[in-house]
Ligand binder design. Structure first.
Ligand SMILES: NC(=O)c1ccc[n+]([C@@H]2O[C@H](COP(=O)([O-])OP(=O)(O)OC[C@H]3O[C@@H](n4cnc5c(N)ncnc54)[C@H](OP(=O)(O)O)[C@@H]3O)[C@@H](O)[C@H]2O)c1
Length: 164
């Protein structure tokens, strides 16, 4: 996930612009997701990014209404709970997956304790309002810092693990 210094990932729910993230963040997202191979996304994020497949990666969209979307190579739709999806992936031999937002899907997985690590790019911006990385029911997660890296002169990459 990419966020501003004040913790926002989009100016509003319908804001689909990613022109505020650095080239280095986009490159990092591409590298990590290609290495891991499977990406989960909420339907609103999929819509915000123009319902596009991710080249060389399997994209799984969580939605209660899969019929709403065109079938597309490399894109699968899943209706069910985060726990059911993780169990399905485990039985299919998938041991790592990237959860790529948005705010509500992140919250559901975090609430169900299904997130092991966080990779957060912090871009040098402040918006004052907008949506946060996690939106929804209250969660109470504690993290441990694994690593901090500089992606460019002004952009940080924070890598945390979730204490379970
Ligand atoms: N900066 C970043 O790194 C970044 C990354 C990703 C997204 N974003 C931004 O985040 C915004 C979208 O976030 P969002 O919170 O509105 O939507 P979201 O999390 O992408 O999607 C939420 C939708 O997913 C479906 N869903 C299915 N199972 C779910 C479950 N267990 N928990 C939650 N949702 C479930 C529901 O829609 P159905 O009606 O289809 O069931 C729900 O309305 C966009 O503005 C996008 O640009 C930013």
């Amino acid at each position: 996930m990419a966020q501003t210094v004040d913790g926002k990932i989009a100016k509003s729910i319908n804001d689909n612009s990613l022109n505020w993230t650095s080239l280095e963040d986009k490159k990092h997202f591409g590298e990590v997701t290609k290495q891991i191979g499977t990406v989960i996304m909420g339907s609103k994020t999929y819509e915000a990014m123009g319902q596009k497949a991710l080249k060389n990666r399997k994209l799984i969209i969580m939605t209660s209404n899969p019929k709403k979307y065109e079938t597309k190579e490399g894109v699968e739709f899943f209706t069910g709970t985060p726990e059911e999806l993780v169990k399905n992936l485990e039985s299919a031999g998938v041991d790592h997956v990237v959860l790529a937002g948005g705010a509500r899907l992140n919250n559901s997985f975090m609430k169900d304790k299904l997130v092991d690590e966080l990779l957060i790019t912090v871009e040098p911006l402040i918006w004052g309002n907008g949506i946060s990385i996690f939106e929804g029911e209250q969660i109470d997660a504690k993290l441990e810092l694994i690593e901090i890296a500089k992606l460019n002169q002004d952009t940080l990459l924070l890598h945390y693990s979730v204490i379970k």
